[in-house]
Design a protein around this ligand. Structure first.
Ligand SMILES: [Zn+2]
Length: 408
């Protein structure tokens, strides 16, 4: 099965080109003759003459971006498409966790219908891959993991959904959770989570030892929520970098939120430690909390992704899963004005996120799955700054959304 996506702008190419897709994978750019053994150019070829089962998609001069990656979401928590629940406005992480524990059952969370509605919205927005942190604790058990796995399977032809088994309610302070995290890896979670080992769980060494050992034992990666800031958060980050090296997990460990990276006295040393250890960072660029510095991390070669974080849930009212808008927020919060700065911002939802998640074949290049999103923009920078509608979204060469509508 051959699909030609014709007349698209591909970043790095001066002229509109053709993306050639064979069985869901990109095989070449602008050289369809390689596929069919003819010298006919795509523009000059008569579709009727081809008569070989080739699908042709008119790109109409739109900009093609690789399918967007949401490197940090919480789709199990969402109320998306459900009732509007006024937020109580609690300030501290611990208070938000307690509130969620208290009322989540009242709102029937996790809810597969809300999760599915959100997933469709993400697909329409051009997201073709999402990493979601699913709550695992003795209260909810593995219900969230199962709900997300069921929805993921339903939409597997349109989006790849991977799960982090997330101890949102604490690990050392919440007996039984560690065993459930191990169980979650058997139920489909591919990454182990963590949460403020010092600030919330009050047992940093025990917490980190437990999740690193579990990651090694289950062959999982790690993605640790770290809201702790200042010197405490910086110390925890050093501990994570050291353990990453000790456990041979370079390239498979991410720190999400990572507010302490803004702590100036230790910033450069931490960035150097992350680069050396192979620790990645994720941000959601939310509210007024610190955002990791795009330019410094890029210069040091540290993988840097972004994500929606919570979307309309008991933690906060905002969000729609739009990763192009998220990239804009990352650029905005970094005061990125140049085209290069805007491109770095998009990178957190594309190539950078792919590095964070360890996705090997990715991008608009031969060998990568044809996960693509087409937008009306003349450059990557314009796409990030203007956040245009997504005209066409493809997963493995198949159209899954068109003009803002999910088509399956
Ligand atoms: Zn989060």
């Amino acid at each position: 099965m051959t699909t030609l996506i014709e007349n698209v702008l591909v970043p790095g190419h001066d002229e509109p080109t053709t993306i050639v897709v064979e069985d869901g994978r990109i095989t070449s750019l602008g050289a369809p003759q390689m596929v069919h053994g003819t010298t006919a150019s795509v523009g000059g070829a008569d579709p009727a003459e081809r008569g070989d089962g080739t699908d042709r998609i008119d790109g109409a001069g739109l900009l093609a971006l690789p399918g967007l990656i949401d490197a940090h979401a919480h789709i199990d928590k969402t109320l998306f498409s459900g009732p509007w629940v006024p937020n109580p406005g609690v300030e501290q992480v611990a208070e938000r966790i307690a509130y969620e524990r208290r009322v989540r059952d009242d709102y029937g969370l996790p809810n597969a219908d809300y999760v599915a509605a959100l997933v469709e919205r993400m697909i329409v927005g051009g997201t073709t891959h999402v990493r979601t942190h699913t709550d695992v604790d003795p209260g909810v058990g593995l219900r969230g993991v199962e709900v997300v796995a069921e929805v993921a399977e339903r939409y597997a032809d349109a989006i790849t959904i991977e799960q982090v088994a997330f101890p949102q309610g604490g690990l050392i302070t919440n007996p039984g959770t560690l065993d459930l995290l191990a169980e979650a890896t058997k139920a489909g979670a591919t990454t182990i989570g963590g949460l403020d080992p010092a600030g919330f769980d009050q047992a940093p060494n025990e917490h980190l030892d437990a999740i690193f050992e579990l990651a090694v034992a289950t062959g999982s990666g790690l993605d640790i929520h770290l809201h702790d800031d200042g010197t405490l958060g910086a110390w925890e980050m050093q501990q994570i970098a050291r353990r990453t090296v000790d456990h041979g997990l370079g390239g498979r460990v991410a720190i999400s939120h990572a507010f302490a990276i803004a702590h100036e006295p230790t910033q450069d040393a931490l960035i150097a430690a992350f680069a050396e250890a192979g620790v990645a960072l994720n941000t959601a660029a939310v509210y007024d909390v610190p955002v990791p510095p795009l330019d410094k991390l890029a210069a040091a070669g540290v993988a840097y992704g972004s994500g929606s974080d919570g979307i309309n849930d008991l933690w906060g009212p905002y969000g729609d899963g739009d990763m192009l808008r998220r990239a804009m927020l990352v650029g905005y919060r970094n005061s990125a004005r140049t085209d290069a700065g805007l491109a770095l911002a998009l990178d957190t939802a594309t190539y950078g996120a792919a590095r964070v998640l360890g996705i090997e074949a990715y991008g608009i290049a031969p060998g990568a799955p044809a996960d693509l999103v087409l937008v009306r923009a003349r450059s990557v920078a314009e796409a990030v700054a203007a956040v245009p509608p997504r005209e066409l979204v493809l997963k493995r060469g198949r159209v899954v959304a068109r003009g803002g509508t999910f088509v399956g």
